[in-house]
Design a protein around this ligand. Structure first.
Ligand code: AMP
Ligand code: ZN
Length: 472
């Protein structure tokens, strides 16, 4: 099969031809959500772009098998081995068990994905269902001398590797070692960059989920789950591994360390990372609590696919700033586009020459490091092209297998746009109030709420963050 997909590879820091291990087949692994809270629209930016990548590969004719884990154990709030367990934090916040929290937020995640036309991967694997595999992998790493037991935890020994910081340039490597200096000291670690494979005795004594292991009752570290699930489901050679850029270090760095130590050979050839969605105050993050969700956008009257289009209009390797002003513009463009498409009539026979020409243009856009905004431009060019409506409709249907924007579904109902100026004002106030609360200035936080109330705007603190509505 002709390999024409040019795709940036974080590992080589180059845009290069994507070449799978077996011709025509692609094994693809995606780091799934940590299910202790709703996914915010930043998380979903990553999943939208990974969905487009999977669908592009299928469009090009590859036979793709895609696996995603669900992190329902082991992810600590620091991404390293410090801080609270995120799942436990979620359970305490909502006075539920960890498994109840996991089920609730896993279902919520897939409900959001469905609204955004994100296809469910071929296999979805919760980490808690694979504990024996993790234990077996840790045993093998100990046997091979890549792991050690200290303080009754099992650690990966990064000094056993020639190159642990695989994703970084030489100067960055020096910096990274330095960065870890201010990380909470774990006296059990032989090297600062070592990480936990299995926790037993630790400060997480009230951990709810624990399993028997050769090293005592405990639970797995976060990184081992992705290595084991990927190798277990997709084999020894992985073609493509995806995640958001925050996963590069330490999560993906540690995944490579463990997997290659375990397998004894290079593991994954191509690493795809999506840059972050930011709001005006910086990176959107679940732990901050006040984040934007798809349901919140819907409540404000936006069709979720408008957010998908918002994401597709910018390149996955560029940070993207969220604003309602831009979303409103995308909303207007989306409605207009769907209206134009809905006016096309099934008339005449599709013209094979035009079909080939535009399919080629569309594929070229996808093959240029997943240039989704260029792919959307091809749709606009096609609408202006000198050809019959049937050709246009046939092509748009085929492009929508990748774009998944509901292009031929007719004009959506949820298209009302909120008053952008009012929206910007209220969001500014919500941010000021969050900042005041963070600084424990509750008088100021209350004053902001009252100021808005006087203007007929009510704030509500919900599990999904702060919501607002106009009264009366
Ligand atoms: P988590 O549920 O925190 O494990 O994250 C799920 C996915 O979302 C991971 O691939 C993260 O890298 C990604 N992610 C986290 N924050 C953002 C953000 N602000 N923008 C885009 N992707 C993100
Ligand atoms: Zn992962």
């Amino acid at each position: 099969m002709e390999n024409k997909m040019q795709l940036y590879n974080t590992l080589t820091r180059k845009t290069e031809t994507f070449v799978p291990h077996t011709d025509g087949k692609v094994s693809m692994y995606t780091c799934g959500p940590t299910v202790y809270h709703f996914a915010h629209i930043g998380n979903l930016r990553s999943y939208i772009m990974e969905d487009v990548l999977e669908k592009s590969l299928r469009y090009l004719g590859y036979d793709v098998t895609r696996v995603m884990n669900i992190t329902d154990v082991g992810h600590l709030s620091s991404d390293g081995d410090t801080g609270e367990d995120k799942m436990l934090k979620g359970a305490q916040r909502e006075h539920k068990t960890v498994m109840e929290i996991a089920k609730y937020y896993t279902d919520a995640f897939f409900a959001d994905c469905a609204k955004l036309n994100i296809k469910t991967p071929d296999q979805v694997v919760p980490a808690t269902q694979c504990i024996p595999d993790f234990i077996a992998a840790v045993e093998k790493l100990l046997e091979k001398g890549y792991a050690y037991i200290a303080g009754e935890n099992v650690y990966f020994d990064t000094s056993k590797l020639q190159d642990y910081y695989v994703f970084s340039s030489q100067s960055e490597k020096e910096l990274l070692v330095g960065v870890r200096d201010d990380v909470e000291e774990d006296v059990n670690k032989r090297n600062k960059s070592d990480f936990v494979l299995w926790f037993t005795k630790s400060k997480f004594e009230n951990q709810e989920l624990k399993w028997e292991s050769p090293w005592g009752v405990g639970y797995p570290g976060w990184h081992i789950e992705c290595s084991c699930i990927a190798i277990g489901r997709l084999g020894e050679y992985l073609d493509l591994h995806c995640g958001g850029v925050d996963n590069i270090f330490p999560h993906h760095t540690n995944e490579i360390a463990q997997s290659e130590a375990y397998l004894g050979h290079p593991w994954c050839g191509h690493w795809f990372h999506v840059q972050h969605l930011n709001d005006k105050s910086g990176k959107m993050s679940k732990s901050k609590g006040d984040f934007l969700t798809v349901s919140l956008l819907q409540e404000k009257g936006y069709n979720p696919l408008v957010y998908r289009m918002f994401c597709l209009q910018s390149h996955y390797r560029k940070p993207l700033e969220f604003s309602y002003e831009v979303l409103d513009n995308v909303n207007a463009a989306y409605t207009k586009l769907l209206k134009r498409i809905s006016e096309l009539k099934e008339e005449g026979q599709p013209d094979p020459a035009v079909m080939e020409e535009y399919q080629g243009k569309f594929q070229d856009a996808l093959c240029s490091d997943l240039n989704t905004s260029m792919a959307i431009t091809v749709v606009y060019d096609l609408l202006r092209a000198e050809t019959n409506d049937s050709t246009k409709l046939e092509l748009i249907r085929s492009f929508d297998q990748v774009l998944s924007l509901g292009l031929t579904d007719g004009v959506p109902k949820e298209t009302s746009s909120v008053d952008a100026q009012l929206e910007a004002y209220v969001l500014q106030k919500i941010q000021e109030r969050a900042q005041a609360k963070k600084e424990k200035d509750y008088a100021k936080a209350d004053a902001i709420r009252s100021e808005l109330l006087e203007k007929g705007i009510a704030l509500e603190d919900t599990r999904e963050g702060v919501k607002w509505k106009l009264l009366g």
